[in-house]
Write a protein of this length. Sequence first.
Length: 337
Amino acid sequence: MAEHSTHHEVGIADAAYNLPGPAVDIVEWAASQKVSPQLVEELLAHGCRYFYEGSEHSDAELIFGAIDTLVARHGALLSEVRYLVHAHTQAFSMPPPPSSLLTEILQRYDLAPQLCFSIEHIGCAGVVAAVDRAARLLAEDGDARYALVVTSDRVFGNAKHRIRQNAGLQSDGATAILLSKENMRCRLASISYKNFAGLHEGPSDPKTISMIARYTWLHTKLLFAEHSQATGIPLRQYGQLMPINADRHYWVQIAHALDLPESAFFLENIRMRGHACSADFAVNLVDRGFALLDQGQAVASCGQSNVGAYTVVTLLPILHGPRSMALAPRREDSPCV
């Protein structure tokens, strides 16, 4: 069974991402990497096309780019951040001592949080867990106003490391998410977790690789169903369900299993942004989710990993009361801008 946590007092004030550009077209890039034409065709058939590469940037530099966007919009608010939480998927996106990514952020922006820490080892589900932990700390601290969640992930190497089987392209990227108890862009509602211990080692051998392929979509489907039951919001009432930006065939399979149209899931960024691991949550929120929330529609974002960890978070439009789960009628999908 899934575990659930609920937040009513905390929401997201803003979010920003930094995908080092320009976007790389797999069709043009593949030839220089000697990728087989058949694999390129399979990637295109699974909705993949572009990714972002910035290996020359450190994780801190990528995060700085995302935070700088928030600073430009909100200025002095960043100085009031009481909690700083960093999430990452790739093990090497946390520089080893004596380097400290968190210290670099504190020094650059002159922050003095009461607590800062990193979350790892639950893959692309980690960003939702980081938001959850930051929201809990913020809600329980009567004097705190803001918390900041940052993510960073990079991929090094050639096509072997950039291409995720035949259904995903790995991007480099970082994000910054400002949580608040006031001046919210949207409200955090409910967060659900599901873990399958049998996959904790990830795709480390043929057996676990086979198990991941067989069960990941099913675990995700079950979590969505349990999350819907816990929140009382039917999945069809969401303006959009936002997945990680890879594995389109899995999301289509999940939609069919839940008796939903494929359009219930936001799949455009699989093509346009690539899979930037922990960054996908904020990337999709900025590109798609905020617009729907501004229209009075709820959205849900899924953090899905290949280590048996899964999360779903519901975001509610701010126009509804803090404990209201009532939603505006779902509108027809509009194209992503």
